[in-house]
Design a protein around this ligand. Structure first.
Ligand code: AMP
Ligand code: GLY
Length: 427
C-alpha cells in the first residue's frame, strides 16, 4: 500500500514512523513534510487540493491521511471523495466540530453530551449578563480557529468583560472572534482522548495527557503542547465507559442523524471533575505531541486502522495496543512560543546504550536539512524525544536520556513531563 500524509509536524512524522514499521506499506509520501520526513519517504511540495489528487492518481496512492485541521476545515476530504480517492479525515461539515466552537457547543447541548455551562453570542450585552452569573475564573473563547490560542481564562469579572469586548471588537483574534463562547471554569484534570471513527464504529486509543504550558508546574504561557504520555493511570474503566456511552456514541449518532457522519480522529478534550468526564472541546485531528506518544503503542498495522476507518469498515478491524507506556518530551527553540528563533544546527550524540536505542526515538517537527544532510532547528517545536517502557517512570527516564543526547543552541524543554502520573517527580 502507498500512503500520502498531509502535514509537516512531529505528528505527521510519527504517523510516518508507524507506517514505516508496517509490512503492508511500500511507500510513504509527505506533503509537504519537513527536513527529516525524507528519511521515511518522499516529500512533495504541493498544497493545492486538485494537484494533490492528481499526484495520488498518477502515483497510485491507496490512502491519504490528513494531519492538521486547516485542510479538513477547507474541505480536502470532500474534494478527494468526489474524485473517488480514499482519504482518512472528516468532511468540512463534520470538521465544524473543531472549526467552530459555537457549532461544537450547540451540538453537545443538542445531544446531551456533558459540557461546561455556556452562552454563545455576538452581543457584548449578552456576554456581560452571563458573566455576572458566573463565579471566577471565567472562560472566554473566540469562535473560530486561532491555532489553539483563542481562549482566555479571566481571573475576575472585569477581566472577562474586557476579554469579551476585545474579541467581539475584532481586536484580539480578528474574524475568529466575531462570535464568542463564555463558559464556566471547570476545575479538574485534563485528558486527551482519541477515537478513530469510521462514521458509525470507533476505536478508542489509550488516554493521554498533554502539557500545554511552556514551563514546569504548568506555569508560563500556553503552547501547542510541551510533552505528552499515554496511557495515563488517571483514567479507569469507569471513565472509559462513561466516555463511550455519554460522549462518543451520542456524538457519532448525532453527527450521522444530522447528515454529517464523522470519519477520522475525534480528539476529545476532557476535564475530569469529581470522576465525571466533561467535554472541553473537540478537535478533528490528532493532538501534537499526543500522537507522538500514541503511535508507538499501536501493535496492529497502522495502515489497517486508518484504511479501514476511511473505508467505513472498522467493525472488521481488530486493533491492539502494546502493554507499554510512552512519554514524549518536546524540545523547542529558544524563543518559542513568542517568536521564531534563528536556525541552529542539531547535534545528536551517538546512542551507545542498547536498551535506549531499542526503546526511544525522535519524532522531528520544526527542522530543515541542508545540502550536506545536516539538520537545523527552524521551528518553534523542533522535535519530540519519545521513550517507551514497561512503566511510565521507565518510559520517562528513557525519553529524558534521549533529551540529554540532543543539542542545539537555545533548546528548551520541560523537565516534569508525566508528573501528574508520577506524584510530581521532575528529572
Ligand atoms: P480549548 O481550545 O477550548 O481546548 O481551550 C484551551 C485550554 O484552555 C484547554 O485545554 C484548557 O486547559 C483550558 N480551558 C478551556 N475551557 C476551559 C474551561 N471551561 N474550564 C477550565 N479550563 C478550560
Ligand atoms: N496538543 C494539543 C493539540 O494538538 O491541540
Amino acid at each position: 500500500m502507498k500512503v500520502l500524509i498531509i502535514g509537516s509536524g512531529g505528528r505527521e512524522y510519527s504517523i510516518g514512523l508507524a507506517l514505516k514499521r508496517d509490512e503492508n506499506v511500500s511507500k510513504i509520501y509527505f506533503a509537504p513534510g519537513n527536513g527529516a520526513t525524507d528519511e521515511l519517504g518522499d516529500n512533495i511540495d504541493i498544497s493545492d487540493f486538485s494537484e494533490l489528487a492528481n499526484f495520488v492518481e498518477t502515483h497510485s496512492v491507496d490512502l491519504t491521511i490528513v494531519g492538521p485541521e486547516a485542510p479538513l476545515v477547507d474541505g480536502i476530504v470532500d474534494y478527494f471523495r468526489e474524485r473517488n480517492l480514499t482519504i482518512f479525515g472528516p468532511t468540512a461539515a463534520a470538521a465544524q466540530l473543531e472549526g467552530s466552537k459555537i457549532f461544537m457547543k450547540n451540538f453537545l447541548a443538542r445531544h446531551n453530551v456533558p459540557t461546561a455551562k455556556y452562552v454563545e453570542t455576538d452581543s457584548l450585552d449578552d456576554a456581560v449578563s452571563f458573566i455576572a452569573t458566573l463565579d471566577t475564573p471565567i472562560v472566554v473563547k473566540a469562535d473560530g480557529l486561532c491555532g489553539g490560542k483563542g481562549v482566555i481564562i479571566a481571573e475576575s469579572h472585569d477581566e472577562a468583560k474586557v476579554a469579551a469586548a476585545d474579541m467581539l471588537a475584532g481586536s484580539s483574534f480578528g474574524d475568529a472572534g466575531s462570535s464568542i463562547v463564555v463558559e464556566e471554569f471547570l476545575d479538574g484534570y485534563e485528558l486527551s482522548v482519541f477515537a478513530i471513527c469510521d462514521g458509525k464504529d470507533f476505536v478508542v486509543l489509550p488516554a493521554a495527557q498533554d502539557h500545554k504550558r511552556l514551563l514546569n508546574d504548568d506555569q508560563g504561557p500556553n503552547t501547542g503542547g510541551m510533552g505528552a504520555y499515554a496511557p495515563t493511570p488517571l483514567v479507569d474503566d469507569d471513565i472509559y465507559t462513561k466516555l463511550d456511552e455519554r460522549v462518543i456514541k451520542p456524538t457519532l449518532k448525532g453527527m450521522e442523524e444530522e447528515g454529517n457522519p464523522f470519519t477520522g480522529v475525534l480528539f476529545i478534550g476532557v476535564m475530569v471533575v469529581d470522576g465525571e468526564p466533561i467535554i472541553l472541546e473537540y478537535n478533528v485531528r490528532f493532538g501534537d505531541p499526543e500522537c507522538e506518544a500514541l503511535m508507538p503503542l499501536l501493535k496492529s498495522p497502522s495502515s489497517e486502522l486508518f484504511y479501514k476507518a476511511a473505508k467505513a469498515d472498522l467493525k472488521n478491524a481488530k486493533i491492539e495496543f502494546y502493554d507499554k507506556y510512552a512519554v514524549g518530551v518536546v524540545m523547542a527553540s529558544k524563543d518559542y512560543p513568542y517568536k521564531s528563533s534563528p536556525p541552529a544546527e542539531i547535534i545528536i550524540d551517538n546512542i551507545y546504550h542498547e536498551d535506549l536505542e531499542a526503546s526511544s526515538h525522535i519524532s522531528y517537527a520544526g527542522v530543515s536539512r541542508d545540502e550536506d544532510g545536516k539538520l537545523y532547528a527552524v521551528g518553534g517545536r523542533v522535535l519530540v524525544c519519545v521513550g517507551i517502557g514497561d512503566s511510565i517512570a521507565e518510559a520517562r527516564d528513557r525519553a529524558y536520556m534521549l533529551v540529554g543526547q540532543v543539542h542545539f543552541v537555545g533548546k528548551q524543554c520541560r523537565t516534569d513531563i508525566a508528573y501528574q502520573a508520577l506524584g510530581g517527580v521532575k528529572v
